[in-house]
Design a protein around this ligand. Sequence first.
Ligand code: SDX
Length: 428
Amino acid sequence: MSEIAEVKINGQTYELPIITGSEDEKGIDITKLRSLSGAVTLDSGYKNTGSTKSAVTYLDGENGILRYRGYSIEELAEKASFIEVAYLLINGELPTKSQLSEFEANITKHTLIHEDMKRFYEAYPSKAHPMGIVASLLCSLSTFYPDSQNPNRTEEEIELTIYRLLAKLPTISAWAYKNFVGHPVVYPKNNLNYEENFLNMMFSLPAEKYKIDPVVADALNKLLILHADHEQNCSASTVRIVGSSHANLYSSISAGVIALWGPLHGGANQAVIEMLETIYEDGTPLENWIAKAKDKNDPFRLMGFGHRVYKNFDPRAKIIKKAADDVLEKLGIQDPLIEIAKELEQVALNDEYFKARNLYPNVDFYSGIIYKALGIPTEMFTVMFALGRLPGWIAQWKEMIENKEPIGRPRQIYVGANERSYVPLDER
Ligand code: SDX
């Protein structure tokens, strides 16, 4: 006998089924609430509302647990490659050796972007923010592959689009960086793996071949894995709702990139470094900044702190913090910002305001330290987040399409003017 929830409205009691997830999460299924009672629910920011049933990622905010298809983020970050994790998220299982090499081969052969797309870069201002270029070019890919616009795509056509996205996003991103620094673009090399190819396209110069440092490639692999998915976050929900109208996959992913850009979401990694640099240059005690972060009249927020779901340490932040120490040590880099970040973390974690609100460092708090150490400029940090998140967005979109979910169209509670008649202009 399934559990039920009872809702009493105007003296009438309505029974609603309770569904239980595979980790014993409970959800009140309100599918029939409006038809039964005429009432809808209201939940600004969807803080208490589940939008779907998903098998992709599980996270437990209270206990700081994050798993992709049941595998812990700690194990995957330590033992897997990013492409392996991409396969896992999109297909639901870890690949066999032959499945992985076929997956990699299919991605490798699509890394080029059409030469006509190079003209797009020439049209952007030299310091165009790479996120603006990446979002536009991802959507534009749908015009180069018009078959992808067909809402009745075959499985093979969807698979080809997925390969093209995974293959071309590194090229589009690296070329957006080259546009930002005013350097000539570097073409993909099929003899390099995913991370090496991206690093080579980012940092090779006509006069100087880029020497791939395994420490850098390994750190990038780990960072991409840690960003690969995070259930129904703002950008994944955007990908789902845009995809639910049967807009093509390129456009749905482009919408996800745009949602990620916001400083409250993926844009926080750029905002964290800019905050740390401001604090470093300012030189006033950290307590002053903590006071600003607590002051409701001050727009300053401790970027990289707090999370909608994690009311404990973000497990990714723990791994990235350790990786940051390792990378800086291995590369022999002294970065004063990491010391400021660690001190800021300690001051915040011992402050009543932060403790009372369960505000801990999130994935964005330390990631910028590593990107900076890898030679990646601040304006590219959120592009790095998008590179990592791409397989997660694809997995979420694919699950939504395969489950034939309806177009997303929330209701509302109207609080505007009641009916009134038009007043002629000269009588107002
Ligand atoms: C990501 O959802 C995901 O999974 C996202 C993500 C992913 O992988 O996809 O994990 C990636 O987006 C991480 C978050 C990156 N954003 C930031 O670091 C920006 C700084 N953080 C905040 O803006 C905030 O914590 C959010 C946006 C992350 C969460 O906001 P919520 O859940 O809407 O919580 P809230 O804003 O209502 O905050 C609750 C309280 C408020 O105070 P009171 O009204 O209770 O007095 O905490 C305060 C907030 O003012 N607060 C902060 C704070 N974050 C929350 N105060 C100071 N500094 C902060 N950073």
